[in-house]
Design a protein around this ligand. Structure first.
Ligand SMILES: O=C(O)CCC(=O)C(=O)O
Ligand SMILES: [Fe+2]
Length: 303
């Protein structure tokens, strides 16, 4: 018997199995994020009212402040737990931070291209570990929308039929795959179902961790801020649970992609943490961000 869901409808569960994502509209109050966003502009060193000052079009900040997502966005938390097979399978706390990924006009100087294998940058998330079919480090891929994400305005591109492609590749590589080792061009060439994710500030999109996605062009000249907070499983995924009703939706989508009912998967190499280039870039920004935040605070009359 499949378990009852706390938040998901059967229709959403079916959609997740078919296309690898569900949206939780209005999952949090975007007004609560105003101080974080104001600080983000200080950290960028840009005037938010002057797009001319937005020199670097894509910036991924490190987190400086965090909230507990269970309290901040309870419906998103319940939905994540439903997808991962229950709250008890997830590592707590689930922290969301101000680690904004800003699209301030990527490719704004070119005509907008819809999602296809021809646009660059397709990838799977998880730049911080060696990937196995059953990896616990990333239970879900998540997009938290801190600003509206509008058509042609930096809506992340998603390949909704990429889960089977990634699952097959990982099943063929029990020794694991380093983040830079995926043959993304070949993989995305096997996908046909492309989506431009759009939504409102406060929406959260929860996606299968094997979903290939890419930064899109933002030709609107309106800043778009998202985060992709990691959420980890307590234990690796298990594709040979004795009771099929115990498979999570994430596990079921993988089994379905591989065309099997169960699978005895054993990693053939140790799990491995990796320090990504992203973290080095973020550390290199830190001193300049500190200085800009301190300067702004010292100019506030009553701060
Ligand atoms: O900026 C986006 O739309 C996507 C960013 C992304 O996928 C990433 O940073 O991993
Ligand atoms: Fe990503």
């Amino acid at each position: 018997m499949p378990r009852a869901y706390a938040q998901l409808t059967e229709e959403q569960a079916g959609h997740f199995l078919e296309r690898g994502f569900v949206t939780v509209p209005g999952a949090f109050d975007p007004a609560a994020a105003r101080p974080w966003i104001a600080d983000a502009w200080l950290r960028f060193g840009y005037d938010r009212d002057d797009p001319e000052s937005w020199m670097q079009k894509r910036i991924h900040l490190a987190a400086r402040s965090r909230v507990d997502a269970r309290a901040f966005a309870p419906a998103a938390w319940r939905c994540a737990a439903d997808l991962a097979g229950g709250q008890e399978r997830l590592r707590l706390p689930w922290q969301w931070g101000d680690s904004f990924i800003a699209n301030l006009g990527v490719g704004g100087d070119r005509p907008w291209q819809p999602p296809s294998p021809d646009v660059g940058g397709w990838h799977k998330d998880g730049d911080f570990f060696r990937h196995f079919l059953d990896s616990p480090e990333q239970a879900l891929l998540t997009f938290v929308l801190w600003t509206d994400m509008r058509h042609k305005g930096g809506g992340t591109f998603v390949a909704a039929d990429s889960v089977p492609v990634v699952a097959r590749f990982l099943a063929e590589h029990p020794e694991g795959v380093l983040p830079g080792e995926f043959p993304y061009a070949t993989m995305i060439g096997q996908c046909r179902d492309f989506v431009e994710m759009t939504g409102k500030a406060g929406d959260v999109v929860l996606l299968h961790p094997f979903t290939l996605h890419a930064t899109s062009q933002n030709v609107l000249g309106v800043a778009r801020l998202i985060t992709n907070p990691a959420l980890a499983l307590r234990e690796p995924m298990n594709f040979s649970r004795p009771d099929a009703g115990d498979f999570s939706l994430v596990e079921r989508a993988i089994l379905r992609g591989l065309g099997v009912d169960r699978l005895g998967f054993v990693p053939a190499a140790p799990r491995e943490a990796i320090v990504p280039e992203r973290v080095r870039r973020q550390q290199a920004r830190a001193a300049a961000e500190d200085a800009r935040l301190a300067a702004a605070r010292s100019h506030r009359p009553f701060g």
